[in-house]
Design a protein around this ligand. Structure first.
Ligand SMILES: Cc1ncc(COP(=O)(O)O)c(C=O)c1O
Length: 395
């Protein structure tokens, strides 16, 4: 029987049954507006408050430091643009400087590029072949006018863990010296898959998204350390303390809360389970497929992402071939797929265009089993072989 196997959990995850159960009442009988004073409003307000505690619990923040957004993209926009706009309004004659990395998600990278058009200075730090930013490079990039460092916690394409805690420490030291500098980290891929603690990280702003942890798409949050001022990007009513106007999507918020609570309870087990699957997968691929190489340092990665380059083939072709065999994977990030340009992230590793074009991301999730991995290991050498023969034939 033809069986479909989903190995694209970093793009999105299915909604967990427990999460669906929690959100359903808010799509039916508990439909009130959380700002309403009557019974209906009180029911939904209580649900939003509960979820805020649950999401805060996932990252060890205070509940009132969590602002719900429509997802990770909006959280990143609110963090980066919100902070810079606040500064520009307070001190219009200054030109703030941002330090970021060359491998950020487009929701940070494109916001930085957009801000450059408004005269903001941006430094894009390189990563090395291991897919990591160096703390020395961060320190060396700091200027008199540096206002924001935004470096992601875990990369979405190769899973590498950036030195976020070290950056946080550096920023806290500078702040002690009276410098006005803030640290934002995009933890969309990391949160719920490993320990993410805003106190240990020393960050001021941290982005989250629910659909990577078995809740629906269209809901996320920004952690905003107490005292950090942002200019609202979604201006409307006083919801979310005026930082993010708009009637709260209560069903989605409740779902996110439940997913956050579950992820907190499960992440250690998740790490062990997916880590085992990933290591078995990578070891067997390296053993059985010549010309395969792993992208990103093996010991500084999320447990569930495996990004592999294959010489002599196009990643898109491999993706389609695997899909025909029922195996769903991705090239680059979902947001940049559809373009045949090699992934900027793999390119940034400096391994050359051939390996950048031949890169595929396998991302494991909590519902994957060893049989799923076996099926992928069975299909993959066949697909790679067929595509390589085709490439030779067409020369
Ligand atoms: C690292 C990272 N940041 C941000 C986002 C965007 O989140 P959302 O899809 O909730 O807008 C994603 C999703 O792919 C991501 O992987």
């Amino acid at each position: 029987m033809f069986r479909r196997i989903y190995l694209d959990n970093s793009a999105t995850t299915p909604v967990a049954p427990e999460v669906l159960e929690v959100m359903m009442p808010f799509l039916t009988e508990d439909f009130g507006n959380a700002s309403s004073i009557h019974y209906y409003g009180q029911r939904t307000r209580a649900a939003v408050d509960r979820a805020r505690h649950q999401v805060a619990g996932l990252v060890n923040s205070r509940p009132n430091e969590i602002v719900f957004t429509s997802g990770g993209t909006e959280a990143n926009n609110l963090a980066v643009r919100g902070l810079i706009e606040q500064l520009l309004r307070a001190r219009p004659d200054e030109r703030p400087h941002i330090i970021t990395s060359a491998i950020e998600h487009p929701a940070v990278a494109n916001v930085c590029e957009d801000l450059e058009k408004d005269g903001v200075e941006v430094t894009y730090l390189p990563v090395y072949e291991d897919g990591l930013v160096r703390i020395e490079d961060v320190a060396a990039a700091i200027r008199e006018n540096t206002a924001l460092i935004t470096v992601m916690f875990a990369n979405n394409e190769i899973g590498t863990l950036q030195p976020a805690a070290e950056i946080g420490k550096l920023v806290r030291e500078l702040r002690k010296d009276g410098r006005k500098i803030w640290f934002h980290t995009d933890a969309v891929q990391a949160a719920g898959k490993m320990a993410v603690d805003v106190e240990e990280l020393g960050c001021d702003l941290l982005s989250l998204s629910a659909h990577k942890i078995y809740a629906p798409k269209g809901i996320g949050a920004l952690y905003i350390r107490r005292g950090t001022r942002l200019h609202a990007q979604n201006i409307g009513g006083r919801q979310e303390r005026g930082i993010r106007g708009g009637t709260e999507p209560v069903a989605h918020i409740a779902a996110f809360g439940k997913a956050a609570e579950m992820a907190k309870a499960e992440f250690q087990d998740f790490g062990e389970r997916t880590g085992k699957l990933r290591d078995m997968f990578e070891d067997r691929v390296l053993e059985n497929i010549p010309g395969a190489s792993i992208n990103g340092r093996r010991d500084a990665r999320l447990p569930n992402i495996s990004n592999i380059s294959f010489t002599g083939i196009e990643g898109e072709g491999l993706l389609i071939n695997l899909d025909m065999q029922g195996i769903a994977v991705s090239t680059g990030s979902a947001c940049s797929s559809g373009s045949l340009e090699p992934s900027p992230v793999i390119r940034a590793l400096g391994k050359g265009d051939e390996l950048a074009r031949g890169a595929i991301r396998f991302s494991f999730g909590k519902y994957n089993t060893a049989e799923d991995v076996e099926a992928a290991l069975d299909a993959l050498p066949r697909s790679v072989d067929a595509l390589r023969k085709l490439a030779v034939g067409s020369r």
